[in-house]
Design a protein. Structure first.
Length: 691
C-alpha cells in the first residue's frame, strides 16, 4: 500500500464489487489499476483471471512493466490488453459459434477502403469510400447492421451508404474476415446470443479493470457488462474532462449508467494531482472550467507554483518549430533534465509533425513521432509484404486475398466469394482450394483458369526467389516482379493525387533496396543494423518479414524527444511540454466545417467545442514541470497564407499577464548551448583525426 494515498487505498482494497474511480488528470488513476492488480493477486486471485483493459497497446505494455515491478514474474499471466485485442481473443477462442474460422483475418483501414470501392463497382474515388467507411464504423458502434441502418436512413445519402454496407458485410463474411469495429461488435453478439460462452467467460474472469473509462463507447459498455455479469467485479477509472473520442462514438453516458446498472457501485474520488506544478494545474483547471460538469471535482498539487506557463507567439510555422527547438535546447542545457525522452511537442493534427521533424533534424535532436504511421504500416509496403508472405506460406489466406486483388487481375469478388465458401466447406486454404479438381463445379471455367494462372505464378515466384542470392540478383528479381504485376501503374491508378502516388512508389523502391541489401548480407536480419552477415536467398529474407515488427518494437524505449498528437498523448506525462499550433481553426479545430459526413454522430458545434476544450485540458495536464503554448501569426492553409488568431483557450488559461511572454534569456541560452555543442563536435572530430 506504500505510495498510495487514502482514497487510492480505498479503491485498491475494494475487491468484491463494482467500483468507479472518478478523478482529474494526474491524480493516480492508472496507478490505482496497477496496484489493484497486485492486490488481487496477493489475495489469491489467479493472475490469468485478471483482465485489465487499456486504451492502446503501448499503455498495455507500460502497465505490464509496472505490474511486474510490483509483483514480479506472475504479472506476465495477467491479461492486459486493449478492447480490440480482447475481441481477438474472444473470437479466436469461441468465434466458431458465429461461423468464424479461428484463423479469420482482420482487415485494416486500407483493406476496408478497397473492399468498399470494390463493393460500389470499382469506380468510386477514395474520398467517398472513406466517408462510407466512417459512416459504417459509426453505425456499427451504435450497434446497427446494414438492415437496421437502411430502415432508419434519413436521406438518399444514408440509404446509399446502407446499401454499400450490406454488400460490404457479404464480402467480409465470404472472406472470413472482420474489421476493427467487428472486434467489439462480434464478441458482444457472441456473448449475447450464446449463454454457454458467456457463462464460461464470466466464470473465468475474477476481476475486470478498465483504464480511460470515459472513452468507451456504447458497444464496449455492453461487452463489459456481459463479461462482468451479475457479480459486477469491475473497477473502472476515468475522467469525464478527458473524454476526447466523442467523434468516434465514445459516450459519457457510460459514466452515467454505471450507478444505475450497479446500484452497489462504490465511487471513489481522487483530488491530489501528483504530476504537475500548481501553475500548470491552475491553467488546466481554468481551461476546463466553462465546460458543464458531470461530476464536480477539485484538484490540487503540492509540487509548488513552479515555472510560469509561457505563451510563445511566432511569425509562422517554421518560426514556431525553431522556437520550440531553442526552448528545449535551453531548458536541457540549464536544467536537471538532460534526457530527450523528458521532452514532448504536442499538436492537434498529424500533419503538423513534419515541420517540427525538419527543425529537430537540423538541430540533430533524436525524436520519434508517436501516433504516426510506421514505414511498415504503409499500405504499399503491406501490399508487398502480403506477396512475400504468400511465397513463403501459400496457406496465408489474408495474404492471398490481398495479393490476388492488388493490383487487380480480373479476379472479382464473386469468384473469390465462391472460392472462399468452397474452401471453408472442404476445410482448405484458399490456395489449396484453387487447385482442387472439383472447383469447376462452383466456378466458371474462365474464372478457374484465372485462378490457376495466379496460383502457377505464385509457385513460380516462390521457386525463383529461392534461387535468387545476393543483392544484385535480388534487385533485378524484385524489379521484374513489380513490372510483371504492374505495381507502379496500380499506385498511380488508385491514388487521386499524383504526388502521393509518387511518394508511395519511392517507398516501394526503398523497401526493395532494403530487401536486396539483406540478400547481399549487407544488413543483418536480427539486428537490422548495418552488420555484415552471410548472403541469403530471397525466400529466406522474405521469411524474416515477421521479424520486421520487432524493428518498431526496438524503437520503443529510446531516449528520444516525442512528437505526438494530443489524442495519442492521453495517459502519458513528460517533464517539459510544448503545445504547438494553439491557433483558432487548429485547436479548437475548425468548428464550422460541416463536411457532410454521412451518419456522423449528431454533434452540435457546442459539443464539438467542449470536446476541443477537453483536448486542450488533456494537453496541458501532460506537463510535469514546464509548459509553453505556441501559436503563429500567419499560417498556411492549403496554398494560402492566412492571418493567425490565437486560440481562445490561451485566454481561458487566464495566465498572469506579466509572466506569459517568453523569456528573452532563453534565446541567448539556446545560442550558447548550440555554440558549446558545435565546439564539442569540432573537438571530437579533431581528436578522431589524431587517433
Ligand atoms: P491521467 O488522467 O493523465 O491518465 P492518472 O490519473 O492516471 O492520469 P497516473 O498516471 O496514475 O495518473 O499518475 C500521475 C503521476 O503521479 C504518475 O507519475 C504517478 O506515478 C504519480 N502518482 C500517482 N499516485 C501517487 C501517489 N500516491 N504518490 C506519489 N506519486 C503518485
Ligand atoms: Mg491514467
Amino acid at each position: 500500500m506504500s505510495g498510495l494515498n487514502l482514497a487510492q487505498q480505498e479503491a485498491v482494497n475494494f475487491l468484491h464489487g463494482p467500483c468507479l474511480v472518478l478523478a482529474g488528470a494526474g491524480s493516480g488513476k492508472t496507478r490505482v489499476i496497477t496496484h489493484k492488480i497486485a492486490r488481487l493477486i496477493q489475495t489469491g486471485v489467479e493472475p490469468k483471471r485478471i483482465l485489465a483493459i487499456t486504451f492502446t497497446n503501448k499503455a498495455a505494455a507500460e502497465m505490464r512493466e509496472r505490474a511486474k515491478g510490483l509483483i514480479g514474474r506472475e504479472a506476465k499471466d495477467v491479461v492486459i490488453c486493449t478492447f480490440h485485442a480482447l475481441g481477438v481473443r474472444l473470437l479466436r477462442q469461441d468465434g466458431a459459434a458465429l461461423g468464424l474460422k479461428p484463423q479469420f483475418s482482420i482487415m485494416d483501414t486500407d483493406d476496408v477502403t478497397s473492399i468498399l470501392k470494390d463493393a460500389a463497382g470499382g469506380t468510386t474515388d477514395s474520398a467517398t469510400a472513406r466517408q462510407w467507411q466512417w459512416a459504417i464504423s459509426l453505425w456499427k458502434n451504435l450497434g446497427l447492421n446494414a438492415a437496421k441502418a437502411q430502415a432508419q436512413a434519413k436521406d438518399d445519402n444514408e440509404r446509399v451508404t446502407a446499401r454499400i454496407m450490406a454488400r460490404y458485410e457479404e464480402r467480409l463474411a465470404a472472406f472470413q474476415s472482420v474489421d476493427f469495429d467487428d472486434l467489439i461488435g462480434l464478441p458482444l453478439k457472441l456473448l449475447q446470443d450464446h449463454a454457454d460462452v458467456r457463462e464460461k467467460w464470466q466464470r473465468n474472469l475474477g476481476h475486470v479493470l478498465v483504464d480511460e473509462y470515459q472513452d468507451t463507447n456504447a458497444t464496449q459498455y455492453e461487452l463489459l457488462k456481459l463479461l462482468v455479469g451479475e457479480r459486477g467485479r469491475l473497477t473502472a477509472v476515468g475522467d469525464d474532462d478527458q473524454s476526447i473520442y466523442g467523434w468516434r462514438g465514445a459516450t459519457l453516458d457510460n459514466l452515467r449508467r454505471l450507478p444505475v446498472d450497479y446500484p452497489t457501485l462504490k465511487v471513489v474520488k481522487l483530488e491530489q494531482n501528483y504530476r504537475s506544478t500548481s501553475g500548470i494545474l491552475r491553467a488546466a483547471n481554468n481551461v476546463i472550467q466553462p465546460n458543464p460538469k458531470l461530476f464536480p471535482k477539485t484538484l490540487f498539487s503540492e509540487l509548488g507554483e513552479g515555472e510560469p506557463v509561457r505563451v510563445v507567439d511566432c511569425d509562422n510555422e517554421e518560426h514556431e518549430a525553431e522556437r520550440a527547438v531553442a526552448r528545449f535546447v535551453s531548458i536541457r542545457a540549464n536544467g536537471a533534465h538532460k534526457d530527450w525522452k523528458d521532452f514532448a511537442i504536442l499538436y492537434r493534427a498529424n500533419h503538423q509533425a513534419r515541420i517540427f521533424e525538419q527543425s529537430l533534424r537540423k538541430a540533430q535532436i533524436p525524436y520519434k513521432v508517436s501516433g504516426g504511421q510506421s514505414f511498415f504500416d504503409r499500405a504499399e509496403i503491406r501490399d508487398l509484404c502480403a506477396w512475400l508472405r504468400l511465397w513463403v506460406n501459400t496457406d496465408d489466406d489474408p495474404a492471398f486475398l490481398r495479393s490476388v486483388t492488388t493490383p487487380k487481375r480480373g479476379i472479382g469478388h464473386q469468384t473469390l466469394a465462391s472460392l472462399g465458401s468452397f474452401a471453408s466447406k472442404y476445410k482448405l486454404s484458399l490456395f489449396e482450394a484453387l487447385f482442387s479438381s472439383s472447383l469447376g463445379s462452383v466456378l466458371a471455367a474462365r474464372a478457374v483458369g484465372s485462378l490457376h494462372e495466379f496460383g502457377r505464378y505464385v509457385n513460380d515466384l516462390e521457386y525463383r526467389a529461392r534461387q535468387t542470392v545476393g543483392a544484385d540478383d535480388a534487385r533485378a528479381f524484385l524489379t521484374d516482379w513489380l513490372k510483371d504485376i504492374g505495381y507502379e501503374q496500380h499506385l498511380f491508378d488508385s491514388e487521386d493525387n499524383e504526388r502521393v502516388a509518387a511518394a508511395r512508389w519511392t517507398n516501394v523502391l526503398e523497401f526493395c533496396d532494403w530487401m536486396a541489401k539483406r540478400c547481399g548480407g549487407e544488413i543483418d536480419d536480427t539486428a537490422g543494423a548495418s552488420v555484415a552477415s552471410e548472403r541469403k536467398n530471397l525466400l529466406e529474407v522474405a521469411q524474416t518479414i515477421a521479424l520486421l515488427s520487432t524493428i518498431s518494437e526496438r524503437e520503443k524505449d529510446q531516449n528520444v524527444l516525442t512528437l505526438s498528437t494530443l489524442h495519442a498523448s492521453k495517459g502519458l506525462e513528460w517533464p517539459h511540454v510544448i503545445l504547438a499550433g494553439c491557433n483558432e481553426g487548429l485547436l479548437p479545430f475548425k468548428l464550422d466545417d460541416d463536411d457532410g459526413r454521412v451518419g456522423q454522430a449528431n454533434e452540435s458545434i457546442v459539443q464539438r467545442l467542449q470536446e476541443e476544450r477537453r483536448l486542450m485540458y488533456v494537453g496541458i495536464t501532460r506537463a510535469q514541470r514546464s509548459l509553453a503554448v505556441s501559436w503563429v501569426k500567419r499560417r498556411k492553409k492549403g496554398r494560402e497564407i492566412v492571418l493567425g488568431v490565437p486560440s481562445r483557450f490561451i485566454a481561458e488559461m487566464a495566465l498572469d499577464q506579466s509572466t506569459v511572454k517568453e523569456d528573452p534569456r532563453e534565446k541567448l541560452r539556446a545560442l550558447r548551448a548550440e555554440f558549446a555543442r558545435k565546439a564539442a563536435d569540432t573537438a571530437a572530430a579533431a581528436a578522431a583525426r589524431t587517433d
